[in-house]
Write a protein that binds this ligand. Structure first.
Ligand code: ADP
Length: 313
């Protein structure tokens, strides 16, 4: 039986940068709701290449974790379409929580969300999957309060960049410095940087480093974190995209005082974790695995339970 016959597509519920999203259900059980994300695959992926894409997606299907959106199935309808059948999560995302000023959340809530996020990222990395596009808008909220990492960057790479489906552009704000320097070997550290940016934004309720272009993003990183140099990141100057700053332009790496002043709400341990996530040198950055053993989770106040987390509307 073809996979597509197992699902019934209902009305369109959303439009993303590169996909349309439909509500749907299991053909054999209409009470089992799903979201069907239909990606228009780039012309370059035609002639069987879409099959490779599907094979790669099949790996994601095996990532079963409470804080990672379930990918139930992948199928191609017409030759140019890739359909992802996902867990149905209509309760909004973390971006909404952060932006909606009528929602209040506290330290235990932030701790719970961050702990879910770190668990999800650890699980991805443990299974050799990088997400590469972690941001509040990709952290969906389930009806029971569980937060789920969604929208793996892989899917985006199949989409046709020439065919923008909305005015949204892929945001730079969560991208680590090594990607701007075109580091050829990058690692799980890229995701940890993004998690750090989400953490900072959760606390401040505004994006921490909102760059407007690649260059502006790098300069925001230099201002907020420090200028990457061979002193704080041995070897950085030999990366192909490295732009050598004038001596007078070099911003020193921010110390604990700066973080304490800007992120006082999360306590000494929380500030420490944030600093570890925003290390310029990806090799010095805390790993997802190490974040799980961080003392921040166990010092008081403890993380909220998922039932206690705020809900949209
Ligand atoms: P974006 O390009 O903004 O990341 P997506 O393509 O992921 O957006 O999704 C577009 C919209 O579709 C979302 O804003 C949301 O309303 C809806 N949506 C996406 N995924 C799901 C899901 N798993 N369950 C329910 N609604 C979803």
């Amino acid at each position: 039986l073809a996979t597509k016959a197992k699902y019934v597509k209902e009305k369109k519920i959303g439009q993303g940068t590169y996909a349309n999203v439909y509500k749907g259900h299991l053909a054999s059980d209409p009470s089992q709701l799903v979201a069907i994300k239909k990606i228009k695959v780039n012309a370059a992926f035609q002639d069987g290449l879409a099959l490779d894409a599907i094979r790669e997606m099949k790996c994601l299907q095996e990532l079963a974790h409470p804080n990672i959106i379930a990918l139930h199935a992948v199928f191609s309808s017409k030759a140019q379409n890739l359909n992802m059948v996902l867990e149905f999560l209509p309760q909004g995302d973390l971006e909404t929580m952060i932006k909606d000023t009528s929602i209040t959340y506290t330290l235990p809530h932030m701790k719970a969300w961050m702990s879910m996020l770190c668990g999800a990222v650890w699980f991805c990395h443990e299974n050799y999957v990088l997400h590469r596009d972690i941001k509040p808008n990709n952290l969906l909220i389930a009806a029971d309060g569980e937060m789920k990492l969604a929208d793996f960057g892989l899917a985006r790479s199949f989409a046709d960049p020439g065919r923008r489906m909305s005015h949204q552009v892929i945001t730079l704000w969560y991208r680590p410095p090594e990607l701007f320097y075109q580091a050829r070997h990058y690692s799980g550290a890229v995701d940890v940087w993004s998690v750090g940016c989400v953490f900072a934004e959760l606390i401040r309720r505004v994006p921490w480093m909102p760059g407007t272009s690649d260059l502006d993003q790098l300069s925001k990183i230099c201002d907020a974190v420090g200028t990457p140099t061979d002193d704080n990141w041995p070897g950085v100057s030999s990366l192909s995209g490295y732009i050598k700053p004038e001596k007078a332009e070099v911003k020193p790496v921010r110390g604990r005082d700066f973080y304490e002043a800007n992120f006082s709400g999360v306590g000494t341990e929380g500030v420490g974790l944030l600093m570890e996530m925003l290390k310029l040198d990806p090799r010095k950055r805390i790993t997802a695995r190490q974040t799980l053993r961080h003392p921040w989770w166990t010092v008081n106040p403890r993380p909220a339970t998922k039932e206690e987390l705020p809900k949209k509307g």
